[in-house]
Ligand binder design. Structure first.
Ligand code: NZQ
Ligand code: ZN
Length: 384
């Protein structure tokens, strides 16, 4: 295990009817910018609950933040917030609204070209407005981390930044708000959570006994509870367990002291940038390919994963290979197809575009940077 320091400053408020806690959590006297997406919160009553909880606060609203939040849209919110002299940001929605709001937090006080926040992966962020979140879609872990991923239409880029200054001060996680998620978003959330967990766990093995067990606990819970959330969308226990899994997957504990292999995310962001594919769908396509391509490197931990999560018994190579097949079948079973052809994407074209982009950027993937642009091209071709 590597040396590490761990701090997660986000206060998590979990459970039924917790939106009412907003009145105590938002600093009194704040002028609040309430950010939201395409309107799901207006239909399912979440917006009403938020407004009721915040009676007496001065609130300005900014809606229309799209999935894979766009820089062009967010810059309109930056302008509004500066004009209105906003001093607290409240994100109400899924990971896209929250990621967009993190960008606002950093961009509103920023002097200079705001895109530099992304180009420097957050390096230029020296101050940020405080953020609170009401999360309505368990998937990204954005509710208790300092990451955000922002897309820019004009350049077909999707870039990530991180700053300790944009962790939400608090996040409200009421599983009842997730009852209205359709099967596509529910399946996407399960897959995103699954992949966040394995990208920190199925790496070069690092004597990380406790982290492994935490990861295996999250994965087993997703396998057990995922089908129930899909077949019974109003099942509180299933929704609550999945919501807590999603938070825990990127809370920070799974990956401490370990190298992470974020290749599926790194390549997946390009598939979204070029083809608009849902984030989780890119991961369902890529992860089995990333694993098969690095089978020898990951053999030991894949065999452990197969034995502990899928209860496979046998010789290591067989267990490891079966574990990949089981993972793929699980993604399909929660309604997330695992091949590019299922989404009408031409693998050859995608592979060539992404290889070229990684060559220009000099980007290497994998926990030890062993995947060159040429390797990435081969992985994508294997997922036709
Ligand atoms: O926009 P509205 O109308 O709210 O509808 C949304 C959207 O259409 C809908 N939705 C959300 N909550 C709902 C609901 N519909 C019914 N009932 C509810 N309770 O779901 C759709 C998708 O929402 P979105 O926020 O885009 O999904 P998700 O939470 O999966 O976020 C995806 C974004 O997060 C980034 C992804 O790249 C992508 O841009 N990620 C952020 C990470 C982070 N900050 O750490 C890590 C992740 O790996 C990921 O990259
Ligand atoms: Zn993700």
């Amino acid at each position: 295990m590597f040396n590490f320091e761990f701090q997660n400053p986000t206060r998590l408020v979990f459970g039924r009817q917790t939106i009412s806690r907003l009145k105590d959590l938002v600093p009194s006297g704040s002028k609040v910018l309430l950010t939201y997406g395409g309107g799901s919160i207006l239909k399912n009553g979440v917006h009403k609950q938020v407004r009721e909880a915040l009676q007496g606060f001065e609130i300005v609203e900014f809606g229309g933040i799209e999935p894979n939040p766009r820089y062009e849209t967010l810059m309109k919110a930056v302008e509004l917030a500066r004009k209105e002299k906003i001093d607290f940001l409240l994100s109400v929605g899924g990971g896209s609204v929250l990621d967009g709001t993190k960008f606002l937090a950093a961009a509103i006080p920023f002097q200079g070209d705001e895109w530099e926040i992304l180009k420097t992966t957050g390096g230029v962020v020296k101050s940020a407005l405080p953020i609170g979140a009401v999360l309505t879609l368990p998937a990204t872990g954005s509710e208790s981390n300092g990451s955000a991923v922002i897309s820019r239409n004009s350049t077909t880029e999707k870039l990530h930044f991180w700053s300790k200054l944009v962790y939400p001060a608090f996040s409200i996680l009421d599983p009842e708000t997730t009852f209205t998620l359709d099967a596509r978003q529910t399946g996407n959330g399960i897959v995103d959570t699954f992949v966040h967990t394995v990208e920190q766990y199925v790496t070069v093995h690092q004597d990380s006994a406790l982290q492994d067990r935490i990861a295996e606990g999250i994965l087993s819970t997703l396998v057990e509870e995922g089908p129930t959330a899909l077949s019974h969308p109003n099942d509180y226990a299933a929704r609550a367990n999945i919501m807590w899994c999603a938070t825990q997957a990127l809370y920070g504990l799974v990956g401490v002291g370990m190298p992470g292999d974020w290749a599926s995310h790194g390549i997946g962001h390009e598939l979204t940038a070029f083809y608009g594919l849902d984030h989780a769908r890119t991961l369902a396509v890529l992860l089995p390919g990333v694993w098969r391509y690095q089978f020898e490197r990951k053999l030991k931990i894949l065999a452990q994963y197969g034995s502990r999560v899928w209860f496979l018994d046998g010789e290591d190579r067989w267990v490891a290979s079966q574990a990949i097949d089981r993972t793929e079948a699980f993604f399909e079973s929660v309604g997330v197809p695992t091949r590019l052809s299922s989404y009408g994407i031409d693998a050859k074209e995608a592979a060539a575009k992404i290889r070229a982009r990684f060559e220009v950027r000099g980007a290497k993937q994998g926990e030890e940077g062993t995947l060159s642009p040429e390797d990435v091209e081969k992985i994508i071709l294997s997922r036709a």
